[in-house]
Design a protein around this ligand. Structure first.
Ligand code: GLP
Length: 256
């Protein structure tokens, strides 16, 4: 894991944006895995401002609520179109977001896996992290080998996400999420976390044991993971000084 600690959220976001921009320039038909939540918002704004060419890019989103109409302001369909897709030249047919209104959920999950495979796999997966360590909507005790499927949210995640819905009772309890096994097959993972309320989950994921109790900890087994943090999110890392030293000592060809 490469831990990149920056003084501010904006600085950490800019590093992440440069990593993605470089990928899109090197591979114009890249397959990106995308995330929702408040964390990647500044990343999407930065990418939009970079005027990159998205015409041949394919995207797969991590997750979606079940039963929320696509046009609902809090659906991840709405989120992605509002915050990224409508501002870039992506082809509509290249955008993939799980269908939370499918009549046959297991079938649509299998089809999603098939679509990712048919696209050649995900080159780079953007990830946020829940306060309980979840990635996508893979809550603690998710199988570390899981594939795209239905999940039930924890009460903590419903509480965390209530701020988007106005009240906790309006947060759907069920979701479709790419599995941890699916995420682990991305060629590269880029995890972003900002703010002090992510510090515990990040410390456990980076320096704790690999355990399904913190699903993000499985990323320790992935060969190419970058973790972009602001100072508060790095606040509980025991080896933060080492990560800073590594980043500052990078050979020029390794910098972003
Ligand atoms: C949701 C999403 C996750 C995201 C998490 C953190 O649960 N499914 O992909 O990482 O929220 O959200 P935020 O970035 O708003 O803290």
């Amino acid at each position: 894991m490469e831990i990149i600690i920056q003084p501010t959220q904006q600085a950490a976001t800019e590093v992440a944006a440069r990593i993605i921009a470089r990928l899109l320039r090197d591979k114009p038909n890249a397959v990106l895995g995308l995330a929702t939540g408040s964390t990647p918002l500044s990343l999407y704004q930065t990418l939009i401002s970079m005027n990159l060419d998205w015409s041949r890019v394919t995207t797969f989103n991590l997750d979606e609520y079940i039963g929320l109409p696509r046009e609902h302001p809090q659906s991840y369909h709405s989120f992605m179109w509002e915050n990224l897709f409508q501002h870039v030249n992506i082809a509509k047919e290249n955008v993939h977001i799980p269908d939370g209104n499918a009549a046959d959920i297991p079938k649509t999950c299998q089809e999603y896996e098939d679509q990712i495979r048919a696209a050649g796999g995900i080159d780079l997966q953007v990830l946020g992290i829940g306060t309980d360590g979840h990635i996508g909507f893979n809550e603690p005790t998710s199988s570390l080998a899981s594939r795209t499927r239905i999940k039930t949210l924890t009460q903590q995640t419903c509480k965390d996400n209530a701020r988007f819905f106005g009240s906790e009772k309006d947060v759907p309890h069920h979701v479709i999420t790419m599995g941890i096994g699916t995420i682990m097959e991305a060629r590269q993972n880029l995890l972003l976390a900002f703010g002090p309320n992510k510090a515990r989950a990040i410390a456990e994921a980076v320096e704790g044991p690999i355990t399904s109790l913190n699903p993000a900890s499985v990323l320790q087994m992935h060969p190419t993971v970058k973790v972009c943090l602001d100072e508060p999110a790095a606040g509980e890392l025991k080896r933060a000084d080492y990560y800073r030293w590594v980043y500052e000592s990078k050979p020029a060809w390794q910098t972003f």
